[in-house]
Design a protein around this ligand. Structure first.
Ligand code: AHR
Length: 331
């Protein structure tokens, strides 16, 4: 990932920074785009991922609950068809042709977006990336990316793993689907966090963000290693929860025979952490709708917006830590 200038935001405040955006006039012809308070409606095309798991549901619901008509927006929600990138590109093209005021993009695939982004740029329609990045990462083609920092999040997981296994051990990685940008970022961060740890990587396979696949893939990994795996780094909660099921069915005790670390921080994972079925959960906070709205308003008002806006996310490394936040969990 290019060395982007990142800025950490407090919710509801988008930082000003390095990139000046050409003003895209709102569909109403008004450059205000202030959303609330005025009668003009700002049209937002949301090229979304659609049904994928608990994190995605929380993230996309939060965006839809934020860009409401009362707030002065018409949000056109376009989820991918079965996670298919072509359906996303078709929706993106339709939004450009329709002349929406701004496009929000959560890409199912990291590559293959250059032509679409250039078309939006020619039409002076600003594009804001939500969660997922693009590869190659040309930040002249979009306003900003709003997401927790995958590299930093995964680096903290790696650092925890190295500290938890000072004498080493065997580990495996359950990855998201090939071609999804966050997968590479999480691998990069985890490896950085491991540093010179003597943990040994036995295997890394995709389980496609799914609990069912996480269980079946880890079952196979356990069989082929004669259960000699001490750590699982699951790149999302569902795959980690699936691995926990596989460990239990193999007669292993999570937390003693094997530890399982995941990323997302969804309710089920936090409950599992509290119950000892997971060992470490790093939040990848999906609730950044307010930040996205602030960024849209600044962009349409022609104000500067930083090229990467990091959403703060916490780490939880014990049952007690999970118990402390479970009651108030928003996703
Ligand atoms: O891009 C974010 C990832 O996509 C989440 O970690 C995962 O749960 C989702 O499917």
């Amino acid at each position: 990932m290019s060395a982007k200038k990142r800025i950490r935001v407090a919710f509801g405040l988008a930082a000003v920074g390095a990139l000046t955006i050409g003003l895209a006039a709102c569909s109403t012809g008004d450059s205000g785009g202030d959303g609330g308070g005025s009668e003009e409606i700002t049209t937002v095309g949301f090229v979304a991922v659609g049904p994928e798991g608990a994190w995605r549901e929380a993230n996309e619901s939060n965006i839809q609950d934020t860009f409401t008509e009362e707030a002065g927006y018409e949000l056109k929600y376009a989820p991918a068809t079965n996670l298919d990138q072509k359906s996303q590109i078709d929706a993106f093209t339709s939004f450009v042709d329709e002349g929406v005021d701004v496009i929000l993009l959560s890409a199912t695939e990291a590559s293959g977006w250059e032509d679409s982004l250039k078309r939006a740029q020619e039409a002076e329609i600003p594009v804001i990336l939500l969660d997922r990045g693009i590869e190659p990462d040309d930040d002249s083609l979009y306003v900003t990316r709003i997401a927790p920092d995958n590299v930093e999040v995964a680096k903290e997981v790696g650092t925890w793993a190295a500290a938890t296994f000072p004498d080493g051990g065997n580990y495996v990685v359950l990855e998201g689907p090939a071609g999804v940008g966050v997968v590479n970022e999480r691998n990069t961060g985890f490896d950085e966090g491991l540093g010179d740890s003597s943990l040994t990587k036995l295997d890394a396979q995709t389980a496609n963000w799914s609990a069912e696949e996480g269980k079946s893939v880890f079952e196979t990994m356990l069989k082929s290693s004669n259960n000699d795996i001490q750590l699982v780094f699951a790149q999302n909660d569902e795959m980690g929860l699936g691995a926990a099921q596989a460990a239990e069915e193999a007669g292993l005790v999570v937390g003693e025979d094997v530890k399982i670390a995941t990323i997302d921080g969804t309710k089920n994972a936090m409950q599992a952490l509290a119950d000892g079925q997971l060992s470490y959960v790093h939040e990848y906070n999906p609730l950044f709708g307010e930040t996205a709205l602030e960024v849209v308003e600044k962009t349409l008002a022609g104000e500067e917006v930083d090229s990467y806006i990091v959403v703060p996310s916490e780490a939880f490394d014990s049952a007690e830590a999970a118990q402390a936040v479970l009651a108030d969990r928003k996703y």
